[in-house]
Structures are given as C-alpha cells and as structure tokens.
Design a protein around this ligand. Structure first.
Ligand SMILES: NC(=O)c1ccc[n+]([C@@H]2O[C@H](COP(=O)([O-])OP(=O)(O)OC[C@H]3O[C@@H](n4cnc5c(N)ncnc54)[C@H](OP(=O)(O)O)[C@@H]3O)[C@@H](O)[C@H]2O)c1
Length: 255
C-alpha cells in the first residue's frame, strides 16, 4: 500500500485529509504535537478503513523534531506529502512578540520548504509522488505576515509544479478560504463577523483539492465563490482593498 505523510492531522483540514487518504487506501504517517490525539486518530482510521497509521509526535518549529520527521522520508517510501500544519494570529505583526512571528514563519514557510525538499528527492528517484502544500486565498492579498507566508507557499508550489512535472512528481498549492476548523478559535478570532456563506466544510474542501490534484492542477482554489473572489481581487484597485481590509472582514479589526 502507498503511504501519505500529513502534518497537522489532529484537527480541521489535516484531519479531513487523513480521513480522505485513508478512504483512498493510503497508509498514513500522522505528524503533530498532541500525541494523545494522534494516537486516537490512528486507532480510529485503522478500525474504520484498515490502513496502518504511524504516529510521529513533533513540534515542527523545533529543529531537532523537524529533523526526525525529515528522516522519515529516507526510512521508507512516502508517495504523498500534505504540508498542512499551521496557525494564525489575531494581532498585527508589530503587536506580536517577534518570537511568535518567527514560530509562525518557521511553521508556514521553513517547515514547508524543508519537508518538501526531503519528500521530493526520493519521489524524483522513483519518478512518482505528490506534494500538497496547504496555502490560503489570503496569499493572493496583502494582509500581514500570514498573507506573505501563504503567498510564498503558493508561488513556491506552483513554480515547483512546473519544474517537476516532467519528472512524474505533482506539486499543488491548496488555497482555501474560510474553513470550519479549530484555526480561528485557536487564534481567538470572533467568527461571527464572517458571513455564513463564506465558510467552507473541511471534507468538501479536501474532496475538491484531491480531484484538482488528480486533474493536474498546480493551484487549487475550491468553491466558485473563492475562485470569483480571487479573480476579483486581481482587478480591484489597491485603495479599495485597503478600505475593505480595515472593516475587519478578516476578523482582525484594527481600529
Ligand atoms: N481554517 C481556515 O479558514 C484556513 C483557511 C486557509 C488556510 N488554512 C490553512 O490550513 C492549514 C490547517 O489549518 P486548520 O484550519 O485545519 O487549523 P486547525 O484546525 O487549528 O489545525 C491545525 C493543525 O496544525 C497542527 N499544528 C499546529 N502547530 C503545530 C506545530 N508547531 N507542529 C506540528 N503541528 C502543529 C495542529 O496540531 P497540534 O496542536 O496537535 O500540534 C493541528 O493538527 C493551515 O496551514 C492554515 O493556515 C486554514
């Protein structure tokens, strides 16, 4: 059976990926900090789908723990990597301790860079494999360090997709809009200010992402409303985007 490694499967989008890939028949390597939750998930997925699940408890922002996860790609074949672990911050860049900003930079950028590198070398040798890097529609807009990190993830993944296509390795940036997960609660955001039609379901998102990967897309933007929003954003004057941003529609009201 083929193996998939997923970061951040204890909640939200990562959990939906774990469930989807188990249904698709993949054995799983589950990576996050909360070991008890990882083990519970592993037991449940094995019971429901008969797949084998390895648990790697690691804080990916800790270099030694990240290195132990990187080593897993040399220890046995991993056909699919889902770089998903992440967190957001309610306050703007200048109001956060620089150490917290660095942690976010490490998790959203450095970890994605390093795990992608570790994963694709054996994939290139085998001539097959896939990497899904969970980015965000936020990366298409300029809104703080989170947007900047996700812009990097999208650009990095789309560029690599072109370079690796001929080598049989697929790379895709998944760019979700608002998704019901633990993300916003963890960052202390008031979710009620986001209109209900803007929210996506994690399982639907992952189904759409998987089908985009299968059809060879390098950038996946699930749902018509977010495809429209991203297209609109490309043609909207920066002054208007600035005005919309300061209304706090993204849950980070500044005034
Ligand atoms: N939800 C949205 O609206 C939304 C929209 C666009 C993009 N995204 C992106 O989607 C991805 C998943 O977010 P989500 O919404 O599913 O969030 P979530 O429900 O809060 O889940 C985050 C996952 O990341 C793991 N994680 C966090 N810090 C970690 C660390 N230092 N080391 C290892 N694992 C860590 C968490 O597990 P532990 O706590 O057990 O470590 C958890 O499994 C993120 O990259 C996020 O930026 C989310």
């Amino acid at each position: 059976m083929a193996t998939a490694l997923i970061t951040g499967p204890t909640a939200g989008i990562g959990r939906a990926f774990a469930e989807k890939l188990a249904v698709e028949g993949y054995d799983l390597v589950l990576v996050a900090r909360d070991e008890a939750r990882l083990k519970e998930l592993a037991t449940e997925l094995t019971r429901l789908h008969g797949v084998s699940c390895e648990v790697l408890a690691a804080d990916l922002t800790e270099p030694a723990e990240l290195a132990s996860v990187e080593k897993r790609f040399a220890d046995g074949p991993v056909e699919v990597l889902v770089n998903n672990a992440g967190f957001g911050q309610k306050k703007p860049f200048w109001a956060n301790p620089i150490e917290v900003e660095e942690k976010q930079f490490d998790l959203l950028v450095r970890v994605v860079l390093r795990l992608t590198h570790a994963a694709i070398l054996p994939m290139i040798e085998r001539g097959s494999g896939a990497v899904i890097n969970v980015s965000s529609v936020a990366g298409f807009f300029q809104r703080g360090t989170y947007s900047a990190h996700k812009a990097w993830v999208t650009s990095f993944s789309a560029g690599l997709a072109i370079e690796l296509h001929a080598k049989g390795v697929a790379v895709m940036a998944l760019c979700p809009g608002f998704v019901h997960t633990e993300f916003h609660d963890r960052m202390g955001m008031d979710k009620s200010i986001i209109p209900s039609f803007m929210w996506l379901d994690a399982a639907d998102l992952v189904d759409a992402a998987w089908s985009d990967l299968m059809s060879g897309k390098a950038i996946s933007i699930p749902s018509r409303r977010y495809k429209f929003l991203v297209t609109l954003g490309r043609f909207t004057p920066r002054t208007l985007i600035t005005r919309i941003s300061t209304t706090g529609l993204d849950g980070r009201r500044r005034s």
